[in-house]
Each structure stands twice: as C-alpha cells, then as structure tokens.
Design a protein around this ligand. Structure first.
Ligand code: SF4
Length: 505
C-alpha cells in the first residue's frame, strides 16, 4: 500500500526518523550516521520553531490560477504576506505578468472550536469558487481543524460536484510534527492524489504518425527537474541551459506549474531532484505508480556538486562523454573567472546556516572558493544529507561545530561569538543576529539572485567579494545595537539545553 492511498501523509519523525536536535561537531555526526536516530531528543529551553505551514504555502501560493484557503485560526498562514514578493517576481519572471498570491482564511474563532468549522469551510469554498473561478482551491488545514476534528477531506468530497475548481485538501496541522520539511510531503501528497490524471486525449481524425514519433522522442528525452520555492527563475534557466546543452528536454515541477499542467510530470523519462530532502516522498511515488526512475543525490550548488548532478543525468541517458566535455569547458571558464575573487577569499572564515541540504552544499561551494568553514547550523537532519557530510569530512578535513536546530538563535549566537567568522551565510532571523555582531552577511537564498549551477558559483563569488571588500555597514550596526544575551550565556556551553535521551540536560 502506498502512503498516497491515505488521506494524510506520515510525519517525517515516523517515516524518516528525522530530528531537530544535535549539538556537536560535523565529524561527530558522521560517526552517528546510519539512520537518524540520535540519542538526543529535545531541548530544556527553546526559543521558537517553524510551523510546516510556512514552507507548505510557499509552494502552494506559487500555483497559478488557484486560491489557497487557509482553514484555521486567523494567524495561520500570515507568513503569506512576506512570501508574496516571491510569488509576484516568480510570476513576472515566468509569464511577464505581475500577479499576487491569492489566499483566504476561514479565520476560525472560539465559537467554531465549540461548534465545528465545517460549515464555515463549505461557505468559504463556495465563495472562493464564485468570486475567482480558479482552476483549483487548495484547502490548507492548520491546527484548529486537526484538534476539533473537522473532516476537511469529507467537505472537499461533498462540495466537489458543486464547484468548478478542483478542491485539494492539504494537511499542515502544525502540532503534529516538529520537522517542517513534512510540509513538502503534505503538498506533494495533495498534488499526487488530485492532479496527476491525464486529460482525455482528443484523437486526430487522420492519425499523424510523424507527430506521434516526435512526441515519443521528446518524452524519451524529457527530465523532470524538481524545483524548490527558494529557487528563482534565474536558477531554473541555468539548469535548463546545462541539460539542454546535452540535447535533453526539461520540465520544471511543482513550483509555478498550472494545475492543468501538473499531470505532465508523469510523462518524463527521468526525474532529478535539486534538493533530495525536498522531493524523496513524491519521487518514490512517481516511480512506483508511473515507472519514472529518479535521482535524488546532489544539490547543484558548488562546482563539484553541479558536475556530479550533470554526470548523474548524463549517465542515465548514455551521454557521459558529452557531459565530460561540457563540464571541462564550463569549469575551465569558471576557474579563470574566479581567480581574482579567490585571492580575497583565501583563509577567510565563514559560518553557514540554512536548511540542511543547502547549508551543506553551500559549505562545499565556500570551501571550493577558498573559505574556511567554522560552523554549520541546519534546521533539521535526515538521511539524505549523509552523502553531503561525507563530502565535507573526507580526507581528514578539519572538524568544526555542527548545530541541528529548528531555529534556536541563542545557540547560534553563542557559536558565532566563539567561532568569530568573517562572513555569515544564512537567512530568516540569523542574518540579523550576525549583522548585529558586525559580521558581513549574505542570504542563503533569494529568488532574484543566482545560486545554482556554474553560473551560481560565479555570481555568489562576485557578491561575496563585494561584501568582504567593505563590511563597514554591519560593523557600524554592531557598535550601536546590542543583542539580548548576557556575557554569562556566551561563556556557557552552546548545547547545554540539549537533553540526551535517558540522560541529564
Ligand atoms: S502551529 Fe498550528 S496554529 Fe500555529 S501557524 Fe501552524 S497551523 Fe497555525
């Protein structure tokens, strides 16, 4: 039985034994590898976490011609405000039109908690369909319907014959999981259960064998590239350029794909991930149900990672020789262009903080550019990252602190005080913390900038060169702003609040 047969996907704590707590070193984690069952559990003190609604609606709001209907308390999904810039710029970059995310909320209140929220949900679905005539209405369930027992799938099934839009229930009840990456599974679960059916084919009156052969040839060379909401169009175009230069066709999925085109993901020869922790749940299903093999191994950030990513695809199609020629040309040109930058980067210290795959891939890239990695913070850990830890620790590489933390800025600030990097790569609250310490910062992702492929290496180097040439702004900030922590905390063990299973705090 497939996970997709159930209404709700499993949480990652159960499916992957993923975890959010580790305080140690990168080599220490490597020794623990082999499943993600660390002997640690929780923290005795925690500053915050991430609800899976955040990454979930980052993808869902990008789906064109759709209404995202938050079924939950009024605050659930308010992060959509901050994510809207991505949706607007993403729409402009892909279709040339400024278009905002379209989202609504049932704004459940105390009365609904007592009496149930199903009636409100029915009214909201009808209203969304009447007002906007969208291709799909994506009902995202938060904690409240999960706690009071609203039958979101039942309401969707009951209303489906009455509305034009396809109704997709997505289960993002935040209380069920501390691994926010479960959101990817929840989104893919909804797309996989509701939108993969091919539309009925209209056969031509006179059969066209040439067109059929062309279509067959096209599909045999088509690769699904799984995009992520943190990837801008500029990064997609780089991957598109690299695979097309091998004579392959490309289909990006799922961000910014129209509901009526979602099924096209079932018509490819191969799927390749750009972030294995993002995609494994859906790629396994595509293989099981539609026989499409997949590769989920490398994130194409950094020179070696990009080359490995290309080699994987090329090997599947028997294009190894063409791939080696492409890689040799690209890398030679890139290395020449990086020469000036590398002189400035040599020996500079960097701390990296992001989602696990991106944090590790960025660390590989920064090592290639000549930086010394002083520490890494990743938001969670699961088995897909083990290959990246191997790369960073191979050949007796230097050991350094590793923090697996679902936020917890207090641990990060302590580590930054100890490791004293020249540069910080991160996002969310982290860059603010680093800036207040006077450290030059750069965002780990920004959909308007280039990060991926060989072009991403060059563009990243160009930006870092600029920041390091003049870090005066953050240095001035640090002289005028203080962080809310005491000196005593900076002297304490950064991991003192991590509880070990069966042990002391
Ligand atoms: S944790 Fe629950 S209540 Fe909070 S934003 Fe997420 S779904 Fe809403």
């Amino acid at each position: 039985m497939s996970y997709f047969d159930g209404k709700v996907p499993p949480i990652r704590e159960d499916r992957l034994k993923a975890c959010i707590t580790y305080g140690g070193t990168i080599c220490g984690l490597k020794k623990k590898a082999g499943g993600c069952c660390f002997n640690d559990g929780e923290r005795g003190f925690t500053q915050g976490s991430i609800c899976l609604l955040l990454p979930g609606i980052a993808i869902l709001n990008s789906i064109p011609d759709s209404v995202v209907l938050l079924h939950g308390a009024i605050g659930c999904g308010s992060c959509a405000h901050s994510q809207n810039a991505n949706v607007r710029s993403g729409n402009v970059q892909r279709g040339g039109k400024v278009k905002d995310a379209l989202w609504m909320s049932t704004a459940l209140n105390e009365n609904d908690v007592i009496n149930g929220g199903e009636t409100k949900l029915e009214e909201a679905i009808r209203e969304a369909d009447r007002r906007y005539r969208p291709a799909s209405i994506i009902v995202v369930a938060g904690c409240v319907p999960g706690i009071i027992g609203d039958d979101v799938d039942g309401v969707a099934a009951k209303l489906q014959p009455q509305v034009n839009a396809k109704i997709l229930p997505v289960h993002c009840e935040g209380f069920k999981t501390k691994i926010w990456a479960t959101a990817y599974d929840a989104v893919y679960h909804a797309l996989g259960r509701n939108l993969l059916e091919e539309p009925e084919e209209i056969l031509p009156i006179i059969p066209d064998e040439i067109a059929d052969l062309k279509e067959k040839y096209y599909l045999e060379r088509t690769v699904n590239i799984m995009n992520v909401s943190s990837m801008g169009r500029v990064d997609e175009l780089e991957l598109d350029r690299l695979l097309r230069s091998l004579g392959l066709e490309v289909n990006f999925f799922p961000n910014f794909v129209h509901p009526e085109d979602i099924y096209k993901v079932t018509r490819a020869a191969l799927s390749i991930s750009t972030c294995p922790t993002h995609d494994d749940y859906f790629l396994k299903y595509l293989e099981e149900k539609f026989g499409i093999p997949y590769i989920a191994r490398h994130m194409p950030i950094g020179i070696n990672n990009t080359s490995s990513w290309i080699r994987d695809v090329a090997a599947f199609f028997g294009l190894e020789q063409q791939a080696e020629e492409l890689i040799a040309n690209e890398v030679a040109e890139l290395e020449e262009a990086l020469g000036e930058f590398k002189k400035v980067f040599q020996g500079k210290k960097v701390y990296v903080s992001a989602g696990e795959m991106r944090a590790l891939a960025n660390s590989s890239l920064l090592t290639e550019l000549g930086f010394e990695v002083m520490g890494i913070r990743a938001f969670h850990h699961d088995e897909f990252a083990e290959v990246e830890y191997e790369k960073l620790t191979e050949g007796g590489a230097k050991d350094y602190p590793l923090n697996i933390a679902n936020a917890q800025p207090f641990e990060e600030v302590n580590l930054l005080k100890r490791t004293k990097p020249d540069l910080f790569i991160g996002h969310w609250h982290s860059n603010t913390t680093a800036a207040k310490l006077g450290i030059a910062c750069h965002v780990a992702y920004n959909t308007g900038l280039s990060y991926i492929g060989y072009q991403g290496v060059y563009e990243m180097a160009r930006r870092l060169y600029r920041y390091l040439k003049n870090p005066a702004f953050n240095k001035k900030i640090s002289k005028n702003i203080r962080l809310p922590y005491t000196e005593k905390w900076y002297e304490s063990d950064p991991f003192k609040y991590i509880k070990t299973l069966g042990g002391e705090e």
